[in-house]
Design a protein around this ligand. Structure first.
Ligand SMILES: Nc1ncnc2c1ncn2[C@@H]1O[C@H](COP(=O)(O)OP(=O)(O)OP(=O)(O)O)[C@@H](O)[C@H]1O
Ligand SMILES: [Mg+2]
Length: 247
């Protein structure tokens, strides 16, 4: 289980996280939704250990990761896979080298084993024939798949997805969601996803958490969030304009 307790983070005078609590059950798909600029990516970066909080802590299976550095942090990150917002592939590397990267860097596997795993990871996301292509030579949807293959290739226990479908057409959004769902069924990782895809994410999430003004204001199964009486939540999931009163 991932447990976030009273997380506080400011940048200069801007308070982004204001005492945020969240629990992510092992093996679940937890989706974090909320306004653009609300701090979702900042929260993910704390879970990954890329940012240190001003207050509060993050526990993974009971062990505190906040404040870890160097090798101790690497140990934790070895259990992680990350799909960064925008995909963030290395443009100077072929798709195959992108997927191979964490196997070489994190696991230091021998070449033959790397090649075997890269081939399997690309096949798993339905990509063939892109091995020698550079990210700029494949479509946006293919780049997302390469990023997902790269995140999963190390067989991580916990996978973070920061807006894995943003900018894709509705059919591809669905395709990627089903891909993630199928991979989740097969590999049983814990998934923490940030997404703006409403209502689609209600079909794949076990738990939805709504981030608003630096805190999780509502958390629960999709049906409970959709039936929420919290005005902020209702306005957000219905996309009502700011200032509009719910009926
Ligand atoms: N390293 C940083 N230094 C200064 N400010 C930052 C930094 N990282 C994030 N912020 C600020 O924190 C706020 C939250 O940013 P964040 O990227 O978490 O938003 P988000 O909820 O992920 O939005 P989106 O849905 O658009 O991706 C923003 O105002 C952003 O400018
Ligand atoms: Mg973001």
């Amino acid at each position: 289980m991932i447990k976030v307790e009273g997380l506080v983070k400011s940048f200069g005078r801007q308070a982004v996280l204001r005492g945020l609590d969240l629990e992510v059950a092992t093996g679940s798909i937890t989706v974090i939704i909320g306004r653009s600029g609300g701090g979702k990516s900042v929260l993910l970066r704390h879970l990954i250990g890329l940012l240190s909080p001003d207050g509060g802590r993050v526990l993974v299976d009971g062990a505190e990761i906040t404040g870890l550095r160097g090798r101790a942090l690497d140990e934790v990150r070895r259990r992680y896979g990350v799909v960064f917002q925008g995909g963030a592939l290395f443009d100077s590397m072929t798709c195959a080298h992108n997927v191979a990267f964490p196997l070489r860097e994190k696991l230091r596997l021998p070449g033959a084993e790397v090649a075997r795993r890269v081939e399997a990871a690309l096949a798993q996301v339905g990509l063939e024939g892109v091995e020698r292509k550079y990210p700029a030579e494949v479509s946006g949807g293919m780049r997302k798949r390469v990023a997902i293959a790269r995140a999963l290739v190390t067989e991580p226990e916990i996978v973070f997805f920061d807006e894995p479908t943003t900018g894709l057409d509705p059919i591809l959004v669905n395709t990627i969601h089903h891909l993630i769902l199928n991979l989740h069924r097969k590999l049983r990782f814990t998934a923490v996803m940030v997404s703006h895809e409403i209502p689609e994410i209600f079909e794949i999430a076990d738990t939805v958490a709504v981030l608003h003004e630096g805190r999780i204001v509502e958390v629960g199964p999709p049906a409970a969030i959709q039936a929420s009486t919290n005005r902020v939540v209702r306005q957000f999931i219905r996309g009502e304009p700011e200032g509009a009163e719910g009926s």
